[in-house]
Design a protein around this ligand. Structure first.
Ligand code: SAM
Ligand code: SF4
Length: 463
């Protein structure tokens, strides 16, 4: 009989785990800096920090950990929604079946290609493909076709999508075996809430009612041919400390059973969505301050994991969270099927409202100004550095040797092919500066040569 690996009682008992004094916090943070990760108990102490001094120390440590593992690159991607039909009724989502005002749409294969072309023209190389769960209107086989279609598109520069990540409803073992043949990157599903009673309340009907089917989805994925999985919780449904600790328990479970932790953790906060009662009236709102703690504690606790932020957050918040450990973010997003092709005034069927509506170009400029390298790298996945191999490199901080130069090479491509004049100047200056930071001389020389090749027209070079 399948059962939950979430120990609710233990997590509840940790929610007010009091800090016994700053020494304990300092010891835990010193441990985090060595990149070994933290236990659920240690993370609970950090989540309960209640004074400025310890909080600042936590934030500084999170940044150090991120820099040690990934350097200062920020991976960018664009979401692509192919269908908003859904037979579930999640109380927080605009796609829910009972939202009769939503205009429903499932893109044709040609429409998918049009969307991908527009995403490519923004400079993106990595997409996250999503849809609602409606086997009759947007079947699993249809979704497989959209993956092939998306990979087949070339834009005016001859560029194509290099990595497709997927976020669709939990699959069966047979479906995982099929999708594993499609060269997808990470497969992601958010548990929404790990709190059983809240989960049952939030999902009154449809297949998503089944808590365990969703909770064990990554076990099925890893047992049936996938290597990189992404987890997440929708913050605002239940106590934020409980969800953060449960995410860590999920990571521990995967690590101990498969030696593969989550490749990414996503931390969406509920945004307003029309006709979705729990998005119009969020049951457990998470303040900006607490949200920053969530990011910093996750970064210290599972240092090898990518932390993903979406355009649900405002530009100001996104800037703050970059410094606390976020390593991937979406840019220029549309959350409605056909949204990239549509005239802005005609769009009203997004899944939820966005707080960062800047174009990809604007996001890139601001990341560079912030001193980070916008990266379109897809090197790991294409070189086969996935699953346990990736974890083995990421844990001791070795992945940076690839991330940093690859970020520079993909930024260079962006600057030559898509950037405006101001961004080009800012970007070239950043590349010059960052080249000096590559510790290995041979890697630095190879990077300089590859940058020259890109300037001359070669593309898609990576370590
Ligand atoms: N239908 C699939 C599913 O539920 O797993 C695919 C993903 S759904 C399109 C993407 C995610 O959006 C959901 O897992 C949920 O966490 C998030 N989401 C739904 N409503 C939201 C809202 N109002 N604000 C922020 N995120 C929301
Ligand atoms: Fe459907 Fe997913 Fe939205 Fe739930 S979260 S209503 S399953 S699209």
């Amino acid at each position: 009989m399948e059962h939950s690996f979430i120990d609710e009682e233990r997590l509840q008992s940790l929610l007010d785990k009091k800090v016994t004094g700053s020494t304990e916090v300092k010891e835990i943070l010193a441990k985090a800096e060595t990149l070994v990760g933290l236990s659920v108990e240690e993370a609970a102490v950090l989540l309960n920090i209640d004074n400025e001094e310890d909080k600042n120390l936590l934030f500084e440590t999170a940044l150090k950990v991120k820099q040690k593992i990934y350097g200062n690159r920020m991976v960018l991607f664009a979401p692509l929604y192919v269908s908003n039909y859904c037979s579930n009724n999640c109380l927080y989502c605009g796609f829910r079946m009972d939202n009769k005002e939503m205009e429903r749409r499932c893109l044709t294969i040609d429409e998918v290609k049009d969307e991908v072309r527009l995403i490519l023209e923004q400079g993106h190389k990595r997409i996250l493909m999503l849809m609602g769960e409606h086997p009759a209107r947007s079947s699993f086989d249809y979704f497989l076709e959209t993956i092939d279609a998306a990979y087949s598109v070339r834009d005016s520069k001859g560029s194509s999508i290099r990595r497709i990540n997927v976020e669709i409803a939990p699959l069966s073992p047979e479906e995982f075996k099929k999708i594993a043949t499609k060269k997808i990157g990470t497969y992601t599903v958010f548990q929404e809430t790990y709190h059983r009673a809240t989960y049952d309340k939030m999902h009154p009907s449809g297949k998503k009612k089944d808590f365990l089917w969703r909770l064990l989805v990554m076990d099925r994925a890893l047992e049936n041919g996938l290597h990189d999985v992404g987890i997440g919780a929708l913050f605002g449904l239940y106590n934020w400390k409980f969800e953060t600790l449960a995410l860590l328990q999920h990571a521990e479970h995967l690590m101990s059973k498969y030696s593969i932790g989550p490749h990414t953790i996503s931390i969406p906060r509920i945004e307003y969505a029309k006709n979705a009662p729990c998005a119009e009236n969020v049951p457990h709102p998470v303040s900006d301050d607490d949200f920053m703690k969530i990011v910093a504690v996750l970064r210290c606790s599972v240092p090898y994991t990518g932390i993903i932020l979406s355009t649900r957050e405002s530009p100001q918040m996104r800037d703050k969270l970059i410094d606390l450990g976020v390593s991937q973010m979406s840019a220029g997003s549309r959350t409605d099927p056909g949204g990239y092709s549509a005239d802005d005034s005609a769009r009203d069927h997004g899944q939820f409202s966005l707080n960062d509506t800047r174009s990809t170009g604007e996001v890139i400029k601001s990341i560079i100004k912030h001193g980070y390298i916008p990266s379109f790298c897809t090197g790991c996945y294409r070189r086969g550095r996935v699953g346990k191999d990736f974890m083995d490199m990421a844990k001791p901080g070795l992945i940076k040797l690839h991330c940093q130069p690859n970020a520079l090479l993909t930024l260079k491509e962006y600057l030559v092919d898509y950037a405006d004049e101001e961004t080009r100047k800012l970007g070239e200056a950043l590349i010059e500066k960052e080249l000096q930071e590559i510790p290995d001389e041979a890697r630095k020389d190879a990077t300089v040569k590859n940058l020259e090749k890109i300037e001359k027209g070669e593309r898609d070079i990576y370590f």
